[in-house]
Design a protein around this ligand. Structure first.
Ligand SMILES: Nc1ncnc2c1ncn2[C@@H]1O[C@H](COP(=O)(O)OP(=O)(O)O)[C@@H](O)[C@H]1O
Ligand SMILES: [Mg+2]
Length: 454
């Protein structure tokens, strides 16, 4: 008996310790089982308390009256399945007549308290079926991507980049959302997000092109995996114009391969690079721009001309790049009309929106004002203590809070070096190939020997 008590005390202490230090492990070992039992036991009373039941149908009332039996109780939605996941529970419900999915999304906060979960969100799977996704702990506190989240071969440019608040993985899919815009105040986590993206892209067959006007501090350490890099607006202009000419070459290739005769079935007519046979297909290019405002600001007349040419090139890439496999990923603190003409036109082409913490409503409006007004408020409410948390729009027009894993520069450099052999040589971009692939410069050994002789 005493042994049993000791074992129980040790298990309880271990559970408490895990819950405090490693909530994810606690969830897998204990939390999921406890929470499943709790949800099932409390289900009927919680649904009733949250007003999610419907009165019994008339025929049952009449039957009860005729048989002189007690009146039947109000009915809760039927549970279709309750599935524990790595981060929480998924509860699928079949709605009763008269209920709608909005009842559930309006009650998520009440459900969260009643079931004792960390967060609850609801979505309609299809007509009459609602899914409640519950998380058992704060999954965004310390983000760990699930091992199974990796780019799959069916959609080669779909990269797991962050974790969503409901525990699902947030993907950046370049084929369905070709161009993206990431906004956020300084120190809000934009560069870490972009670095995580580079780490996701590094093992794939893509060419990476970087423009980092912060003297290249973010992207140049990753140079071995980049086919072209620019660290000042002058080089950026030449690089963007080279990309535009690369795009024109790709279109010529597609044109040459477009075997359009009456005998060719519709599905075989090539209209973008993905329709070309794999052997002929040009490598897709992802263009990452950090601190985009540096490209759009000017002080002199000459700089103004350069700025106009840069924005024109970016707009052309955004408008025509998709079919040629050129994708833009733009990061900045603000991206509005105060940066001059052409900016709002460029912004309209950037479909994928992500906003990290912003300081004012107008910055958040630049990301979401035109697509999801309630996401604007969510972006302003992000606390400065949690860098990396962002609001991301998704393809359905909805939005979710996400956080990328904290990828350190060291990890990113190691990964890029490991995959350096995949860096394709694009002839049009050859002049911009970073030279850092050979040990950076003679200055380092020189200073060493100088200090040695001193
Ligand atoms: N996803 C994240 N998880 C944890 N910490 C983060 C995350 N993203 C950013 N940070 C922290 O915030 C700091 C600033 O991030 P950074 O990406 O450089 O901001 P920005 O580029 O927006 O100025 C980083 O040094 C890091 O410590
Ligand atoms: Mg930055």
């Amino acid at each position: 008996m005493a042994e049993l008590v000791i074992v129980l005390v040790v298990v309880a202490a271990a559970a408490g310790l895990l819950r405090w230090r490693r909530p994810a492990w606690y969830w897998v070992c204990f939390g999921a089982a406890f929470a499943s039992v709790r949800v099932l036991v409390r289900y009927t009373s919680v649904m009733e308390a949250c007003g999610l039941t419907v009165p019994p149908p008339r025929w049952r009332l009449t039957l009860a009256r005729m048989a002189n039996r007690p009146f039947p109780e109000a009915r809760s939605p039927r549970i279709l399945c309750l599935r524990p996941t790595r981060t929480g529970l998924v509860l699928r419900l079949k709605l009763r007549p008269g209920q709608d999915a909005f009842d559930f999304s309006a009650a998520t906060d009440r459900l969260r308290h009643s079931f004792g979960m960390y967060a609850v969100s609801s979505r309609e799977v299809r007509s009459t079926i609602v899914e409640l996704r519950m998380t058992g702990y704060d999954v965004l506190d310390r983000v760990r991507m699930p091992a199974e989240a990796s780019a799959d071969s069916a959609s080669p440019l779909r990269i797991p980049v962050a974790l969503r608040e409901d525990g699902a993985v947030h993907y950046r899919d370049y084929r369905s959302v070709p161009h993206g815009l990431t906004l956020g105040a300084t120190e809000s986590g934009k560069s870490v997000y972009q670095r995580t993206l580079v780490c996701g892209l590094a093992p794939l067959d893509v060419a990476l092109v970087g423009i980092d006007c912060k003297q290249g501090v973010e992207l140049f350490p990753l140079a071995r995996r980049f086919s072209a890099l620019a660290d000042d607006p002058d080089t950026a202009l030449e690089l963007l114009e080279a990309l535009v000419s690369h795009m024109e070459d790709v279109y010529l290739l597609i044109r040459a391969e477009q075997r359009t005769s009456v005998a060719v079935p519709d599905a075989e007519i090539a209209a973008d690079i993905w329709d070309l046979p794999a052997g002929l297909r040009p490598t897709p290019v992802v263009v990452l721009v950090d601190e985009v405002a540096e490209l759009a600001l000017f002080a002199t007349k000459d700089e103004e001309k350069r700025r106009d040419r840069i924005i024109t090139a970016l707009v052309r890439l955004a408008q025509l790049g998709r079919a040629a496999g050129i994708y833009l990923e733009i990061c900045g603190q603000r991206f509005g009309s105060e940066l001059g003409k052409g900016i709002t036109m460029l912004r309209a082409q950037l479909t994928g929106r992500t906003a990290h913490r912003v300081n004012d409503e107008s910055s958040a409006n630049m990301a979401f004002g035109d697509i999801a007004p309630d996401a604007v408020l969510a972006a302003i409410q992000i606390s400065p203590d949690t860098p990396g948390i962002a609001v991301a729009g998704d393809t359905t027009g909805g939005w979710a809070r996400i956080r990328a894993p904290h990828t350190s520069l060291r990890d990113a450099v190691n990964l890029c070096n490991e995959h350096a052999h995949r860096t394709p040589d694009l002839p049009a971009l050859a002049p911009f190939r970073p030279v850092a692939t050979v040990p950076s410069s003679a200055s380092v050994p020189l200073t060493k020997s100088a200090s040695a002789t001193a």
